[in-house]
Design a protein around this ligand. Structure first.
Ligand code: B12
Ligand code: SF4
Ligand code: SF4
Length: 308
């Protein structure tokens, strides 16, 4: 295994994890996903929603001669927020990756700049299929749940990619690898509430994933086949990560943030948002990685479940 470049070792000293591949692999990244679509393995609606720019990446006009693509994984905890209703406190989870996303990207850039010092390289945010990049660059491995895992922090990380004029002495491009335990384990398959993870196919049925359904705005109600007991987070879903042995050391890593009074909870449950009150609430929700578009639907199903 080639020695890691100095900037990667410096990142690690600051609890950030990174890898680098040559920019010549850009087309392969998009092509791999597009070929899944061409083989009929990706649901049409799902593919249409995400196709551009994730799956048809191009180098930025301001850096047409980029030398490398750098991917950074920043460890992230779950957030727990509190809603108050009828004298009860109801705690709801916000999975890692929803709150502070822009802040995390800024920190990734900052840490890279620090790690490259005294050299200065250009860093342009790259909108790419970052899980595939992380695995192809050797930074992470795929779980059967199609989420990526890094040592120490498991799946609790946010991935960000950058195009750079940095010329890496090594190109880490490699075959995709799954976590070793996936060969014998099926905990995520068993716990998935919507059967999005299938036994005989590695690629998940993304269009069935609860996250796909509850990230949509409230114009889209949950399909009838979604069992009411499936809901476990105010957005997204933590079931397959919570069940995974590779997350056992981080699964309780949780930060409490945000409280909603009886009046605010009732407001969120009423729907029909507008005016100053909505703007104020939007600001409050943003601090925990949410927005009004998923209310009242997502809160209602969580509270209904707690009442059962
Ligand atoms: C579209 C999308 C979704 C969709 C589809 C998810 C999916 N699996 O594709 C929906 C809305 C469902 C979703 C859900 C979630 N997402 Co999302 N999502 C994305 C997005 C925008 C693109 C992902 C993508 O490229 N999908 C396309 C499919 C084809 O890619 P894939 O899953 O990597 O497929 C590969 C594997 O199947 C593998 N494979 C296939 N066969 C085989 C065989 C073997 C042996 C091996 C080893 C591999 C292998 O190869 C395929 C690629 O060729 C990224 C952001 C980004 N810029 O990349 C975030 C991103 C992937 N999401 C993220 C997160 C956190 C989630 C959730 C966990 C959120 C939550 N807690 O609720 C869930 C997890 C659902 C799941 N089990 O995958 C994080 C992932 C971080 C991590 N640790 O992995 C990302 C990277 C956002 C970020 N910046 O951090 N997401
Ligand atoms: S729960 Fe088991 S099968 Fe699923 S990703 Fe984790 S180790 Fe792999
Ligand atoms: S996030 Fe939830 S619904 Fe999606 S694959 Fe994992 S367990 Fe299944």
């Amino acid at each position: 295994m080639p020695e890691k470049p100095l900037f990667i070792r410096r990142l690690e000293q600051n609890d950030c994890y990174g890898s680098v591949v040559s920019a010549k692999h850009l087309e392969e990244l998009g092509e791999e996903i597009r070929s899944l679509h061409n083989e009929g393995l990706l649901d049409e609606d799902f593919y249409r929603e995400f196709e551009d720019p994730y799956f048809t990446p191009t180098l930025p006009k301001s850096l047409p001669n980029a030398r490398s693509i750098i991917v950074v994984a920043m460890p992230r905890p779950i957030l727990r927020t509190t809603f108050r209703l009828e004298g009860h406190e109801v705690r709801a989870l916000v999975p890692p990756n929803y709150p502070d996303t822009d802040k995390v990207v800024r920190r990734a850039r900052h840490e890279l700049r620090r790690a490259f010092k005294p050299r200065q390289y250009k860093l342009f945010r790259a909108v790419l299929p970052v899980k595939l990049l992380a695995v192809r660059s050797g930074l992470a491995k795929y779980g059967r749940n199609n989420i990526t895992y890094i040592p120490k922090y498991g799946s609790f990380h946010q991935l960000t990619a950058f195009y750079s004029d940095y010329q890496s002495p090594i190109d880490n491009w490699q075959d995709k690898e799954a976590l070793p335990l996936c060969a014998k384990c099926s905990a995520c398959i068993k716990t998935c509430p919507t059967s999005a993870i299938e036994k005989n196919k590695f690629l998940i049925r993304a269009e069935k994933c609860l996250t796909y359904l509850n990230e949509k705005d409230v114009k889209h109600d949950f399909p009838k086949w979604v069992d009411a007991s499936s809901h476990n987070s105010i957005i997204g879903c933590m079931r397959c990560q919570r069940a995974c042995p590779y997350d056992k050391n981080v699964v309780d890593w949780c930060e409490d943030r945000g409280e909603f009074s009886e009046e605010e909870t009732a407001y969120l449950l009423r729907g029909r948002f507008g005016g100053d009150k909505a703007a104020e609430m939007q600001k409050k929700l943003k601090r925990i990685g949410l927005d009004l578009s998923i209310f009242p639907r997502n809160l209602k199903v969580l509270l209904d479940k707690k009442r059962q």
